[in-house]
Write a protein that binds this ligand. Structure first.
Ligand code: VGL
Ligand code: ZN
Length: 201
């Protein structure tokens, strides 16, 4: 069975949000149509507490997009975004949430970031998504949403390493593209791993 994973289509990642992905809202109508064709649709929300250590504001003297080492792992510092319960953390208002059978929230531990909808960046703590999908007999996942080069990529990569086959539908994704070339190098790495990158919906 196939599942559609809708990653982080939230106000803060759309124009007008705190960490806007260029053209991010363009994915909304595409995903709304796509969802009708999948037997199972799951969505994720980036869902940070205000003291989250991926926020530059929690590192005095540091700026947005600085890269620091956090518990031995490299961490990009972001503007405050997707704060639990805030407008920015809500799904885009035109995203049709009715097909979502499960909504996974990630990035809730203030000390560790979580790009993937499956588990945190240290690959320590699971969201339970892999077990949920397995229990329902899912073997193939299709990943769409925001942002291609961060949370979509990490989710597809984890899907593969957790035993699912993984596809990314590129027209239903948009990228941050920072630092320059990040999208291209990320997509090449995913391709080499065995993630199928699809150019048409
Ligand atoms: C994301 C940066 C920080 C994403 C989340 O959803 O791609 N990017 N938090
Ligand atoms: Zn985040």
């Amino acid at each position: 069975m196939q599942a559609l994973l809708v990653v982080d289509v939230q106000n803060d990642f759309c124009p007008g949000g705190a960490l806007p992905v260029p053209d991010g809202d363009a994915v909304v109508p595409i995903i709304n149509r796509l969802a009708l064709h999948f037997p199972l649709v799951v969505a994720s929300q980036d869902w940070h507490p205000p003291n989250h250590l991926s926020f530059a504001s929690n590192h005095p003297g540091r700026a947005v997009l600085d890269v620091i080492t956090l518990d031995g792992q490299s961490q990009v510092l972001w503007p405050d975004h997707c704060v639990q319960g805030s407008w920015g953390a809500q799904f885009h208002p035109e995203l049709d949430t009715r097909p979502f059978r499960l909504i996974v929230r990630k990035g809730t531990d203030p000390r560790v970031d979580s790009y993937s909808a499956f588990r945190d960046n240290r690959k320590d703590r699971s969201t339970g998504l892999a077990g949920y999908l397995r229990e329902l007999g899912v073997s193939q996942v299709t990943v769409v949403g925001l942002a291609t080069d961060y949370c979509v990529a990490a989710t597809a990569e984890d899907a593969l390493s957790l035993g699912f086959s993984a596809k990314i539908l590129l027209p239903a994704c948009r990228a941050v593209g920072v630092p320059p070339g990040h999208t291209e190098s990320t997509l090449q790495r995913l391709r080499d791993m065995g993630v199928e990158l699809v150019d048409t919906v």
